[in-house]
Design a protein around this ligand. Structure first.
Ligand SMILES: CC(C)(COP(=O)(O)OP(=O)(O)OC[C@H]1O[C@@H](n2cnc3c(N)ncnc32)[C@H](O)[C@@H]1OP(=O)(O)O)[C@@H](O)C(=O)NCCC(=O)NCCS
Length: 201
């Protein structure tokens, strides 16, 4: 199985680059996370965001052992700035991983996170040969729910009051995707793309 090497897993999508997170991404992250709404459904951040929160989080994730966690900066190649984060936490023994993500508000609603999550899913199954992926979101987070649905995650249940966020326990939806689900979704996407091409020609 491929190991998670932090210097060898930069990825690309049609519109964006995924570059392994670095300490010098801090300014960009502080800037885009300052916007109200970005932190609403994130566990480790509160609004208004303080540089110290981001700094401590960055120090922590950059110190995580290789092979366990990888964090990518989502980079807009037109301006060469970090506009979001996507993470993969891997459990090697069970050949599974968990994906988490967030994006600068000005980029929401253009299908970008769906594109990014799908690229990381491809990496997880095609390259890392994982067996299973997991994703969770707070029940009120409808945008994240749609992203999970669009890339083919299956709803597996709900943790009642599973997360503590800013003074309240919140219900959390949990999703899973097996390698066989991935193959099915990939075929479905390929067929949809072929139909689109046929229609436009
Ligand atoms: C969740 C998030 C990453 C989505 O990014 P994005 O690039 O806007 O996502 P996409 O454009 O690929 O897809 C979003 C989908 O949610 C839908 N959506 C957005 N807000 C919605 C709402 N309030 N109710 C229902 N659907 C909603 C969009 O219409 C779109 O679906 P569609 O393509 O079927 O129209 C972004 O909103 C974000 O960063 N939020 C704050 C951080 C966060 O919540 N992270 C996830 C933690 S689990």
């Amino acid at each position: 199985m491929v190991e998670l090497e932090t210097d060898s897993v930069d990825l690309e999508t049609e519109r964006l680059k995924l570059r392994v997170l670095r300490a010098d991404d801090e300014d960009d992250i502080v800037n885009f996370m300052a916007e109200r709404g970005v932190t609403e459904f994130l566990l480790f951040f509160t609004y208004p965001i303080q540089r110290q929160q981001v700094h401590a989080w960055l120090e922590n994730v950059l110190a995580a052992p290789l092979g366990h966690c990888i964090y990518w900066s989502i980079v807009d190649p037109k301006i060469n700035k970090t506009i979001g984060i996507i993470s993969l936490t891997r459990d090697q023994y069970h050949r599974k991983g968990e994906i988490g993500y967030w994006l600068a508000k000005e980029y929401w609603g253009r299908g970008l996170m769906t594109e990014v999550v799908w690229r990381v899913i491809q990496y997880c199954f095609d390259t890392l040969r994982l067996h299973r992926l997991e994703l969770t979101h707070m029940v009120a987070n409808k945008a994240s729910q749609r992203v999970a649905e669009k890339v083919g995650f299956q709803l597996e249940g709900c943790w009642r009051e599973g997360h503590w966020k800013e003074g309240r326990f919140l219900d959390v939806k949990i999703y899973g995707m097996l390698d066989v689900d991935y193959v099915r979704t990939k075929k479905h996407f390929a067929a949809a793309k072929a139909a689109e091409v046929a229609q436009s020609s």
